[in-house]
Design a protein. Structure first.
Ligand SMILES: [Zn+2]
Length: 198
């Protein structure tokens, strides 16, 4: 049995049920940026969440970048990116295509509207790296490490710290290690892709 919404931990409950709708809305608008709130209008939990550019996301970007160098601008399935990856195991997670939240990756048929739709697209969608994504992977630009998400949409970014692509990968591997083997892997992947063609 699921827990009643009102007992969701840490979510604030509107203190004054006799207020106007306008006041209730303003209250939710403020509280969603703190610990979250139960919206008095629709009883839905409202909370802004931080979303970080993590190692997995950087690996995904690097893999789509490699594919993009073969045929610039082409969309690739995430299974193709997995094939050129040094970390195919990370492809169990949607985090490998989360670069789209920073506009570093783009999905073929537009941004998913709901969380369920987004889950599907992570499995089945086609993606390509954007010009901003290329610049990021080449360490020409930095990105905010943390975005703020509300209802699955980016509503803000925290500009400190900014991270480089190298920073994002350096948690586990140096850029040289990560990029160094790409030619070998890309050749392997190309061969596999060509074999798959009818
Ligand atoms: Zn509401």
């Amino acid at each position: 049995m699921s827990r009643p919404r009102q007992q969701r931990q840490g979510f604030a409950i509107f203190p004054n049920p006799h207020s106007s709708l306008q006041e209730a809305r303003e209250w939710t608008e403020q509280e969603k940026w703190k610990d979250g709130a139960i919206c008095p209008c629709c009883a839905q939990p409202a909370k802004v969440y931080p979303w970080k550019l993590i190692f997995r996301t950087a690996v995904g970007l690097r893999d789509f970048y490699r594919l993009d160098r073969l045929t610039p601008g082409r969309y690739w399935h995430r299974a193709d990116a997995m094939r050129v990856s040094t970390h195919p195991d990370l492809y169990q997670s949607g985090a490998v295509v989360m670069g789209h939240r920073w506009e570093l990756l783009e999905e073929k048929s537009g941004t998913p509207e709901s969380e369920a739709e987004e889950e599907d697209k992570f499995k089945d969608g086609f993606w390509r790296i954007t010009q901003l994504g290329r610049d990021f992977v080449e360490d020409k630009v930095k990105m905010p490490k943390t975005l703020l998400l509300y209802n699955n949409k980016v509503v803000g970014r925290i500009d400190h710290p900014l991270v480089s692509f190298s920073d994002s990968l350096s948690v586990k591997f140096s850029r040289k290690q990560m990029m160094g083997r790409s030619d070998v892997l890309v050749n392997l992947a190309l061969r596999t892709l060509q074999e798959k063609k009818p």
